[in-house]
Design a protein around this ligand. Sequence first.
Ligand SMILES: [Zn+2]
Length: 231
Amino acid sequence: MSIAKQLFQLQELELDIDAKERALQQVIVRLGDNQSVVSARAKLAQAQQHLEELKKQQRDIEWEIDDIRSKVSVLEEKLYSGRITSPKELTSLQQDIELLKTNRNKLDDRALEIMEQVELAGTGVAASSGELKTVEAEWGRQHRELTMEKAQLETTLADLKQQREQILANIDPKTAAFYYELKKKKGQAAAKVEQGICRGCRISLPTADLVRARSGSLVQCSSCGRILYLP
Ligand SMILES: [Zn+2]
């Protein structure tokens, strides 16, 4: 095999390695990104907190209502007991009872409102919980797929890197060093020649260069400096 062909194969292999390395990095990034689950969890926590707050308000109001109810019954007991005879005192007692009842009616209305809000918030919690389950299941599926993809890429990369070592073992170190130097400068060190044209810079090559390249010598493009490979 000509040295140009070996170097070109090395280049093809290294391009493949680079692409697989990039793909592996992307898979690793995606494996660490469970943002959808994090958001769904936060949403559920928020909905639960909202429900708890409403339930607390509901309990507070119920206690207030109970408190008023017992106050009213104490006052009514007093009112109908016959123990109080002063009309002024009786009127005042009736007014107190009326005021308490008015307050209780307001609280009853508020309690009803809160009950509806609690129901609505409960529906919200159930919806968020269902959403979280869906998102978690989807993430679990994605995670399994990505883990498999990662393992496959790692195996492929190990194989490609071994192939690179094999190719490099057959290339003398000076030539390899020259190749890498050129690669550093040009991005790609070798260029295929097709119909007498260097694919690296698209210049039409002199016949003498083509003849030398065909004979297996290491020839650089007179324009871009890349190592010419004639398939
Ligand atoms: Zn060229």
